[in-house]
Write a protein that binds this ligand. Structure first.
Ligand code: HEM
Length: 410
C-alpha cells in the first residue's frame, strides 16, 4: 500500500468532526501523527472499528506490544505516555485482562446498578433543588453545577467512598484527559491520588461496606496471590476517571444538542420520542469518548484492506465511527432523534466493551428527564458559538455549557 501523508492530530481537539472528515477521506483506517510527532493509525470506519475491537490480535498492553516503546524510542516527554502506561484492566491483555474484568464485572452484577436508582434520583433532586434556589435570570454552567457533582457522587457511591473523602477523589484522574497538560503535571496528579487511595483501601479493609471496593478486597482475600493492592488501586483509579468524564460529556453534549435544536427538544418533551432515543442519538453523533489510545497489533494484521504492522500504535476513533456515512448516510453528522438506526460503538465492542453502560444510561436518563421537567424554560445562556469544546482530542465534550434556568421576571 502506498504510504499516506499522515494527518497531524490537533491536540487541542478544536474541531474533531472536521478532522474526522479529513481522516475518513483517506479510507477506513488512516495514518496520523500524534502530539509529540508519534506516527499512529486512526480507525474511523464503523465496520473497521467493529472489526478492530473484536480482533484478539490487537493488544492494549503497551509494555509488551508497542515496538517503539520496547526499543526505548519513546521518550518520557511523549505527551500521551500516561495513556499507554496506565496499568489497569483497560490496558491489560489476554488472561490478565480476563481476570481483572471478571472481578470488576462482579461489582456491577447482582442488581447493584438498579439498586442505585433511588440514590441517583436523590442526588439529582438535591442538585436540582440547589439550582432552583438560584435567582431567576441566573446563568449557570450545567457541567460544573450539575453533571460533574452528579457523576462524581454516583461513582463514589459505587465504589463506597465516604462523604469526607470525596474531595480527594475529585482531584485525581480527571485532568489527565486534557491533552494539553505536561507529562509532569499528569504524573504528579496520579501520584497524589495514589497515596490517598492507599489510605482509602486500608480504611475499607477495616470497615467493609456494600460496594465495589469491598468486593475487590473480598476477592483479594479469597485469592490473595492473584489480586494485589496496586491492582485494586489502579482499578479504582481507572473507574473513577472512566466512570465520570464520559458520562459528564454525554450529559453536557445532550443538553447542548437539545438547547440548540428546539425541534428535537420538542419531540422528546411531547413524548414523540423517548429519552433513550435522545441518549442513543447523542452517543452516535457525539461519542463522549472520541479517539482512544492505544492498541497494538501483536502480529502484522490487515483490517478492511489496510495493513498495519506489528507493534504500531492504533487509536480507535469512536466519534468518526458514529458518523460514518456508509452506515448512516450523507446526513450522518446531523443530530436527529427520529433517525431509524442510531447504531453506534460509543461504549466500545468486544472484550473491552464498557462495563458501566447500564449505570451511565441510568444516570443520564434520570438526569435529563428531571432537568427538563424541573426547568421547562431552560435555554442556552450564551450564543452557541461561544460554547467551547473540551481541550482534548481523546474526549468529546464541552468546557462549559452555560444555561439560563428560568427567565428573569422582567
Ligand atoms: C457515557 C458514558 C460512558 C462512555 C461513552 C464510555 C465509553 C467506554 C468505552 C468506549 C470503553 C471501551 C474502551 C476500549 O475499547 O478499549 C469503555 C471501557 C470501560 N468503561 Fe466506560 N464509558 C462510559 C461510562 C462508564 C462508567 C459509568 C463506568 C464505571 C463506573 C465505566 C467503566 C469502564 C471500564 C471499567 C472500562 C474498561 C473495560 C475493559 O477494558 O474491559 N464507563 N468505556
Amino acid at each position: 500500500m502506498e504510504e499516506q501523508c499522515p494527518v497531524v492530530i490537533d491536540r487541542t481537539g478544536r474541531d474533531i468532526h472536521q478532522e474526522n472528515s479529513r481522516l475518513r477521506a483517506l479510507g477506513p483506517i488512516a495514518r496520523v501523527e500524534l502530539p509529540g510527532g508519534m506516527p499512529a493509525w486512526s480507525v474511523t470506519g464503523y465496520e473497521a472499528v467493529r472489526q478492530a475491537l473484536a480482533d484478539p490480535r490487537l493488544s492494549k498492553d503497551a509494555r509488551r506490544h508497542w515496538t517503539a516503546f520496547a526499543a526505548g524510542a519513546v521518550g518520557p516527554d511523549f505527551p500521551l505516555l500516561s495513556w499507554a502506561l496506565m496499568d489497569n484492566l483497560a490496558t491489560a491483555h489476554g488472561e490478565d485482562h480476563a481476570r481483572l474484568r471478571r472481578l470488576v464485572m462482579r461489582g456491577f452484577s447482582g442488581g447493584r446498578v438498579e439498586a442505585m436508582r433511588p440514590s441517583i434520583e436523590r442526588i439529582v433532586d438535591r442538585l436540582l433543588d440547589e439550582l432552583a434556589g438560584l435567582a431567576a435570570g441566573a446563568v449557570v454552567d450545567i457541567r460544573t453545577s450539575f453533571a460533574q457533582p452528579l457523576v462524581t457522587e454516583v461513582v463514589c457511591e459505587l465504589i463506597g467512598v465516604p462523604a469526607g473523602f470525596r474531595d480527594e477523589m475529585l482531584r485525581g484522574g480527571e485532568v489527565n484527559v486534557t491533552t494539553t497538560i505536561t507529562p509532569e503535571e499528569a504524573a504528579a496528579n496520579v501520584a497524589r491520588w495514589r497515596g490517598a487511595m492507599q489510605d482509602f483501601v486500608e480504611a475499607k479493609r477495616r470497615l467493609p461496606g456494600d460496594d465495589l471496593t469491598t468486593d475487590l478486597i473480598a476477592a483479594q482475600e479469597a485469592d490473595g496471590a492473584r489480586l494485589t493492592d496496586a491492582e485494586i488501586i489502579n482499578t479504582l483509579h481507572f473507574l473513577r476517571a472512566a466512570g465520570t468524564v464520559p458520562t459528564m460529556n454525554l450529559l453536557g453534549n445532550t443538553v447542548f444538542a437539545l438547547l440548540t435544536r428546539p425541534d428535537q427538544r420538542e419531540l422528546v418533551l411531547t413524548g414523540q420520542v423517548t429519552w433513550d432515543d435522545v441518549i442513543e442519538e447523542s452517543l452516535r453523533a457525539e461519542a463522549p469518548v472520541a479517539h482512544l489510545p492505544f492498541r497494538f497489533p501483536v502480529d502484522d494484521v490487515e483490517i478492511c484492506g489496510v495493513a498495519m504492522r506489528k507493534g504500531e500504535p492504533v487509536l480507535i476513533n469512536y466519534a468518526a465511527a458514529g458518523r460514518d456515512p456508509e452506515l448512516h448516510g450523507q446526513d450522518a453528522g446531523r443530530f436527529d432523534v427520529t433517525r431509524q438506526s442510531k447504531e453506534n460503538l460509543a461504549f466500545g465492542h468486544g472484550i473491552h466493551r464498557c462495563v458501566g453502560v447500564a449505570l451511565a444510561r441510568l444516570e443520564v436518563r434520570i438526569a435529563l428527564s428531571s432537568l427538563f421537567a424541573r426547568f421547562p424554560d431552560l435555554r442556552l445562556g450564551v450564543p452557541a458559538e461561544q460554547v467551547e469544546p473540551q481541550e482534548s482530542f481523546i474526549m468529546n465534550g464541552r468546557q462549559a455549557v452555560p444555561v439560563l434556568l428560568r427567565p428573569s421576571a422582567g
